[in-house]
Design a protein around this ligand. Structure first.
Ligand SMILES: [Zn+2]
Ligand SMILES: [Zn+2]
Length: 349
């Protein structure tokens, strides 16, 4: 089969690799669509992990082979697949910090090499604990493209819940790329007023279309006073940092009211050190929160949101590329244009 193999920092190649073998309790899924995620790009660009690997984890496709002992699934069924599922038995699972679970950290899908998702290949092997709890059957009217959003939507819903968004609150969301636009929509579904920022005007337009109440150009030097004037001089209740630039954290700290919250959603890298005014945390009682990855508890709610189209994921798709167009796809994802948002890879012949 064909796969995009990561061979080291900034080195991706379209290669011929064996179709993965499945074992008892596992299934083989033929991938139809896989979204390109910011975390894939970061690993590729910065060479953060060992090579070789096959990335891709926002996946949907069709079951083509069933291992012995698998019940409840059959060949030909259309599915979305999560690549991480927690054990639900350990200490961290008992306190609902599912993404800290040791089992959760083990990637349960692979197209070969060190398991890393595998969605940028024609077939993936789905391991037994994912078959049990991490596969989602797709209703007929749901496209593979829509289904490929389940994982990113889950991470965004988890973020909004962890940030305790309440109806009537004013929420600032920095960055209106595909993730920021999901956060905007989900914050609106929770009854918040959303102020969104970005550098790209077309992204702000999209943000307004999808429900943002106010959009601001990120480079506007008067942005801080605009935010204050929109909030009776106080600042927003919550600021969500959806951009990896750590300087934005200070902007967010300045933008929230006394006793407000700052949610770090894009600071996924340990060792990412940035000075912060600690007086704002103690004397001004501003909270700094973090949310990482998905929560298994939210799976059904996420499916309902996406499948019912309560959440518009389709209008976030700006480009789709075949496997052999991966270099263009990755390049566009790394260097967003005026019109690029979510970029998907399709495995269709
Ligand atoms: Zn992702
Ligand atoms: Zn666990």
């Amino acid at each position: 089969m064909k796969a995009i193999v990561y061979r080291g920092k900034n080195d991706l190649r379209l290669e011929e690799v064996p179709v993965p073998e499945i074992q008892a309790g596992e299934v083989l899924v033929k991938i139809d669509t896989c979204g390109i995620c910011g975390t894939d790009l970061k690993k590729i660009k910065e060479g953060l992990v060992s090579a070789p690997r096959i990335f891709g984890h926002e996946m949907a496709g069709t079951i083509t082979k069933i291992g012995t002992g698998v019940t409840g699934w059959k060949e030909g069924e259309r599915v979305a697949v999560y690549h991480h599922i927690p054990c639900e038995n350990c200490y961290y699972c008992s306190v609902k910090a599912f993404s800290m679970c040791e089992k959760y950290k083990v990637t349960g899908t692979t197209a070969g090499f060190e398991p890393s998702g595998g969605g940028f290949a024609e077939y993936i092997r789905v391991m037994d604990w994912i078959v049990e709890k991490g596969m989602v059957r797709l209703p007929e009217e749901v496209s593979y493209e829509m289904a490929s959003f389940l994982e990113p939507v889950n991470t965004c819903l988890k973020c909004i819940r962890t940030a305790r968004v309440k109806p009537g609150e004013i929420v600032l969301i920095t960055g209106q790329g595909p993730i920021g636009l999901l956060l905007t929509q989900i914050a609106k579904l929770h009854g918040a007023t959303v102020i969104a920022t970005d550098f790209i005007e077309t992204r702000l337009q999209k943000s307004r279309q999808l429900g943002a109440d106010i959009t601001l150009k990120a480079e506007d030097p008067g942005i801080q006073s605009t935010i204050k004037s929109l909030t009776e001089g106080r600042g927003v209740d919550l600021a969500i940092v959806a951009t990896a630039n750590s300087q934005v954290v200070n902007f967010a700290m300045e933008s929230v009211r006394f006793a407000g919250r700052v949610m770090l959603f894009a600071q996924t890298h340990l060792g990412d050190i940035s000075p912060i005014d600690l007086g704002m945390v103690c004397a001004h009682e501003k909270e700094i929160l973090g949310s990482y990855s998905s929560s298994v508890e939210l799976n059904h709610e996420v499916e309902e949101m996406v499948f019912s189209r309560k959440l518009d994921v389709e209008s976030l798709i700006s480009h789709q590329f075949p496997l052999d167009g991966f270099d263009k796809a990755i390049d566009l994802a790394l260097h967003p244009s005026d019109t690029s948002l979510k970029i998907l890879i399709n495995m269709r012949d």
